[in-house]
Every structure is written in C-alpha cells, then in structure tokens.
Ligand binder design. Structure first.
Ligand code: PXP
Length: 237
C-alpha cells in the first residue's frame, strides 16, 4: 500500500493570520498521525510565511515522521542537519510564488544539489528531489545519488480539474515512475492532488508515496464546519 504524507503548511498559514496559536500545529499533527497519515510534510520557506523554525523544532522533536521541504541552499541544509527530520525533499523556491510552481532545475543546480544530498544522506536523512516528470530529470537524479524523487503532478491535476485530456501527461508520469524504479529510485507524487487525480495516479504501482496539502485542508473545512457550528449552537442555546 502506498504511503500518504500530509502537508500541514496551511494550518500554519491560518494560525499566522491571527498571530496567536490556533489552530495549534502540534495538536493538528497529532490528529493527522492518529488518523493514519504516514508522514507529515512541512515546507520551511525562506520567508517563513507559514511554518517557522519553532514549528520545525517542535515537530522534529516529537514522535512524527517529518518530511521537511526546503530550498537547495546550504543555510537550509544546516537547519535540516540541526533538526534532523527523517526526510528532506528539496524544492525550488521563488519568493513571490503562491506555491511551488514547478520542479527543480537539476541541470543548472546539479553540483550544489549533489553536495546537499550527499551531506543529508551521510546523516541518514532520506532525500528526495521535487522534479517535473521527465526521463532526463530522473537520469540526473540518479547521478545526484538521491533516494527518492517526487514527481510534480500539478499539470495532470490541472488537466483533470478542467476536464481536459490528461492521458499524455499520465503516460509521461508512468514512464518516469517505471524508469525511476528500475534505477533504484523511490517514486513519490505531489502537488495539486485531489480525490480524482490521486485515484487516476494510483494505477501507477511504482508510486509509493503521495504528498497532499491544499485539497486535504480545504476538504477538512468543508467536512468539519457543520460539526463546529452545531457545537456553537449548543453553547448559545
Ligand atoms: N509536494 C511538494 C514538493 C510541494 O511543494 C507541495 C506544495 O507545498 C505539495 C507536495 C503539496 O501540494 P498541494 O498543497 O497542492 O497538495
């Protein structure tokens, strides 16, 4: 069975909107874990717009399998080495982007990423690279010596949502997954995933981990809001 990682960045976004401590990140992480999630993903962005250093430290020092997403630089690498998350996923990062807008440019940043991956691997942190699904990216990932790749599923997710033809993108992801597995790289998928696209991708047996954030948090509000309203109605009765 594939693993499910839950990205809880949006919980921190909501908390930060009030500058207080609700919803509490540790409390949510505990619920996420006890609900069956296999790991918890947090992206420590350079601008700290949601998850902050304290969140990272608290979560890494509790009993969670933390997948830390981070930009490919040595400052972030040192933060990871200090906090020791079980997993690190290196992602591209642009200051003005709303969310991670595409995969890493492995050709351009090859040497730096290779050094970071080597150091993290030496420290027994599972490493992953967030890449667009191309055979060339998988081949470069192999040369870098990373344990896993996370294939960017933003394109297929968008096509499925817009009810457009997605078969070509699906086959591309499938081909990359097979090629990656053959080369000893574990295959993950993430970005933009909802029930529909996840179901479609679940036909690719080589994908062993899904990392999902936005849809799960949004859907949780949709499903949970009536419960909270009922609780308030009882209080003010
Ligand atoms: N995987 C990676 C590497 C990401 O950067 C993100 C977005 O933060 C996700 C998965 C989750 O994407 P979404 O929030 O669209 O589910």
């Amino acid at each position: 069975m594939s693993r499910l990682g839950i990205n809880i960045d949006h919980v921190a976004t909501l908390r930060n909107a009030r500058g207080e401590d609700h919803p509490n990140i540790l409390e949510i992480a505990k619920i996420v874990k006890s609900s069956g999630a296999n790991s918890i993903t947090i992206h420590l962005r350079e601008d700290r717009r949601h998850i902050n250093d304290k969140d990272l430290s608290i979560l890494c020092n509790s009993n969670f399998l933390i997948n830390m997403e981070m930009a490919a630089n040595f400052k972030m690498m040192n933060i990871a080495l200090k906090n020791k998350p079980k997993f690190v996923c290196i992602v591209p990062e642009k200051r003005n982007e709303i969310t991670t807008e595409g995969g890493l440019n492995l050709k351009k940043n090859f040497n730096q990423i290779k050094k970071i991956v080597k150091k993290l691997n030496q420290n027994k942190i599972r490493t992953s690279l967030f890449i667009d699904p191309t055979i060339n990216n998988i081949a470069l990932s192999k040369k870098i010596g990373v344990n896993c790749v996370e294939l960017h599923t933003g394109k297929i997710s968008r096509l499925v949502k817009k009810k457009k033809k997605f078969k070509k993108e699906f086959l591309k992801i499938k081909e990359c997954s097979k090629f990656g597995k053959t080369n000893g790289i574990e295959i993950h998928a993430g970005h933009g995933l909802d029930y529909k696209t996840t179901k479609i991708l679940s036909k690719i047996n080589e994908i062993t981990e899904y990392n999902i954030g936005h849809f799960i948090i949004g859907e949780s509000i949709k499903i949970g809001i009536s419960k909270v309203i009922l609780k308030f109605k009882k209080i003010i009765r």
